[in-house]
Design a protein around this ligand. Structure first.
Ligand code: AMP
Length: 443
């Protein structure tokens, strides 16, 4: 539980709890630099590991990075401590769309507006190869202007993994929005399955109740499988026709988003809004592989909360996540870790790391040279015709008492280097190194 009023990394002040999902708590927070409201989704790393959701978390980060659309909640930034991941997300001030339905069904024009925005968001995501697969009322939020914002793109993977058997969907929510081919587990096209869910949502907006409902789960499945629903008498002929094409149990002949855009009922008053999103998601861009391990001016860093993250200097959250024991997100940075690169963290000051490295150099009978910018060179003198081994060790400050050392061979024999890492360096650093990365190369 995040304490109201507490400040996250000198940037965001926590407000009230907005909601709670299966894996996360969502809080309102204020960006202290701009005064703007944001939502912070807090995920326990331990839970992610316990449920084996590491891959899905990586997936969510990369998916949210891909999707920037006015009707999709934007991911601004990802921060991390050793135990938690914080997703800083656009705040949807208007709350859940379906809470509006508590007052009754919506007039056709209003329902159409939300449906237009929903289809625009879905179509955009599909065009980027991203499928929601868990569209339901809780994921439809409204901003301060009453515009629709689809939440949880990417999280569908989490839901799916917790509900391996779609029968278990009731554990996470209702199967009422799920396409028949998903329920029958035949393998399905994510785009067509999302279209079905949009149809159910449109029906609910117009009717004020679900198209498929039954207390008995098997009967509910049967109704969905046969698309047995009845439109209330206030549904116009046009909308009935469109719904029949969407709630078609055969995904092959079900209408596509492209065809929905051409539908005359849908097009009424449609103003596509691909305007700009509120602000650039600068830190999110840091997951790009070429930047992930670079030094980034505006990046954030985090270590254990009790270390209070004194003054983050060079690191972004992804670096820290990837270095945190047990949750290695380095897959996001594919291509960054050379087989000969190793990285490790020191929970100590730069001067004590220097003296440790000097001790190690002495043991290895190597000379140590200090270069600018925290670079150390360890060199072995030439023996015979062999090229002398030279190792670069670069020191990065995360906080004054937390450093990352990146080590690589700059020249010489690879086998000799590996042997030194395994037999000398690793044992010498055993007690002082916090986290190792690239250690598989040392086993
Ligand atoms: P989730 O775990 O994403 O399903 O979030 C749980 C609940 O928190 C949602 O159903 C919303 O009521 C609320 N919520 C989630 N994200 C936001 C947001 N960005 N802005 C406002 N409320 C949110």
């Amino acid at each position: 539980m995040e304490k109201r009023g507490s400040v996250l990394m000198q940037k965001y002040q926590f407000g009230k709890l907005l909601g709670q999902g299966n894996f996360a708590k969502v809080y309102h927070a204020r960006d202290l630099r701009t005064g703007e409201s944001v939502a912070i989704k807090v995920i326990d790393k331990e839970k992610i590991l316990k449920f084996g959701l590491e891959d899905q978390t990586k997936r969510e980060i990369s998916i949210m990075k891909l999707v920037k659309h006015p009707n999709v909640l934007q991911l601004y930034e990802v921060l991390a401590t050793k135990t938690k991941i914080y997703f800083i997300i656009e705040y949807a001030k208007g709350g859940e769309l379906f809470s509006r339905l508590a007052k009754g069904r919506l007039p056709e024009d209003k329902a159409r507006k939300y449906f237009q925005q929903l289809i625009s968001a879905i179509d955009f995501c599909h065009s980027r190869g991203v499928y929601h697969r868990d569209l339901k009322p809780e994921n439809l939020l409204l901003d301060e202007n009453g515009d629709l914002k689809v939440a949880d793109f990417g999280l569908s993977a989490l839901v799916e993994s917790c509900c391996h058997d779609s029968m278990l969907h009731t554990v996470c929510g209702t199967p009422a929005y799920v396409a028949p081919e998903v329920l029958s587990r035949k393998g399905y096209d994510g785009a067509k399955a999302d279209v079905w869910s949009c149809g159910v949502i449109l029906f609910v907006l117009l009717a004020g109740h679900l198209p498929f409902n039954d207390l008995n789960l098997m009967s509910l499945y049967r109704k969905i499988g046969r698309a047995e629903y009845r439109c209330p008498n206030w549904f116009s002929v046009e909308v009935r026709r469109l719904l029949a094409r969407i709630l078609n149990p055969n995904p092959d002949t079900r209408i596509s988003t492209a065809k929905i855009f051409g539908n005359s009922w849908f097009r009424k008053g449609f103003k596509p809004k691909f305007g700009q999103v509120k602000r650039e998601a600068t830190n999110v861009a840091l997951v790009d592989s070429d930047q992930a391990f670079g030094l980034c001016e505006n990046a954030s860093a985090a270590v254990e909360a009790d270390q209070a993250l004194i003054k983050p200097t060079h690191f972004n959250a992804f670096d820290i996540i990837s270095l945190s024991a047990g949750l290695d997100l380095s897959g996001l940075f594919a291509g960054n870790v050379e087989p000969e690169d190793i990285k490790f963290t020191f929970m100590s000051s730069a001067s004590s790391i220097m003296s440790t490295m000097e001790d190690i150099a002495r043991v290895l009978r190597m000379e140590i040279f200090k270069k600018d910018g925290g670079l150390l060179k360890l060199e072995r003198s030439r023996e015979g015709r062999k090229e002398p081994l030279s190792i670069d060790a670069e020191l990065f400050e995360v906080t004054p008492s937390f450093h990352l050392v990146e080590m690589r061979k700059s020249c010489g024999d690879a086998l000799e280097y590996q042997k030194i890492l395994k037999e000398d360096l690793r044992p010498a650093l055993k007690d002082i190194v916090g986290v190792w990365q690239g250690e598989q190369h040392l086993q």
